[in-house]
Design a protein around this ligand. Structure first.
Ligand SMILES: *[C@@H]1O[C@H](CO)[C@@H](O)[C@H](O)[C@H]1NC(C)=O
Ligand SMILES: *[C@@H]1O[C@H](CO)[C@@H](O)[C@H](O)[C@H]1NC(C)=O
Length: 215
């Protein structure tokens, strides 16, 4: 029993040490070393002697964009995986373009609140609160909207010109779960899915075929 206690004691302090070594508020920054595994406290820091100004500048938004997909949307993420300097700073970005008729399907970010600033065109955007109330509005050029952390939300371009907007998050790794894809792109047996969704099994199988699910 005392051995178990000592083991637990050391394990606790080891975890404490790990978390403090990763999220030390006294260091200016902790550019992620993506070659090392991620812990709940974030990535390990790249050796400061190897960090340059280029770590703090993201050029990925200049990459060619392509709207030729079923959503008619191009989303360029700058999360910690694409921009390691964001590690531990609680912030991330996306640059989005929606062709006329394009959309970002309903989804949620478990890890962060989202803010969009429309810089060209307009989008219909909205979110659904946990009491199932929809908050939706046409967001014009130079208007902004927020989507509180974890809530389902979407954007649609119903205009006749391309919509462009900049997105930011209150997390360097907000995560994303796309609702229809999660519900019907999985391998959960259709009979179970019928039970837990109250959607008829025939319809479940149809939706599974549509979203690439199996079983
Ligand atoms: C960081 O890099 C410097 C210079 O290459 C090296 O002397 C130092 O040991 C490294 N520190 C760590 C923690 O690896
Ligand atoms: C855009 O993406 C589509 C679908 O993946 C592809 O067929 C097409 O060649 C791409 N266009 C360009 C310009 O890269």
């Amino acid at each position: 029993m005392p051995q178990l206690f000592i083991l637990f004691f050391f394990f606790f302090f080891f975890i404490l040490f790990i978390s403090f070594s990763k999220a030390d508020p006294l260091q200016d920054f902790c550019v992620a070393d993506l070659t090392l595994p991620q812990s709940p406290a974030g990535y390990s820091c790249k050796n400061v002697s190897q960090v340059t100004v280029d770590d703090f500048v993201f050029t990925g938004f200049r990459n060619p964009r392509n709207n030729s997909n079923t959503n008619m949307a191009s989303l360029t993420p700058a999360f910690v995986a694409q921009w390691p300097a964001l590690n531990g700073l609680g912030i991330a970005a996306v640059y989005a373009e929606l062709a006329p008729g394009g959309q970002v399907p309903i989804h949620s970010h478990p890890g962060g609140t989202e803010l969009i600033v429309v810089i060209e065109g307009t989008v219909i955007a909205g979110f659904i609160s946990s009491s199932n109330k929809a908050y939706t509005k046409k967001v014009d050029t130079f208007e902004a909207m927020i989507f509180p952390q974890g809530l389902l939300h979407f954007q649609v371009n119903t205009g006749s010109v391309k919509a462009k907007y900049v997105v930011s998050f209150s997390s360097s790794n907000p995560g994303v779960q796309t609702t229809s894809m999660s519900l019907f792109g999985n391998d959960l047996p259709s009979e179970i899915l019928e039970k837990v969704s109250s959607i008829d099994v025939v319809e479940v199988k149809k939706l599974k075929a549509m979203f690439g699910g199996t079983n």
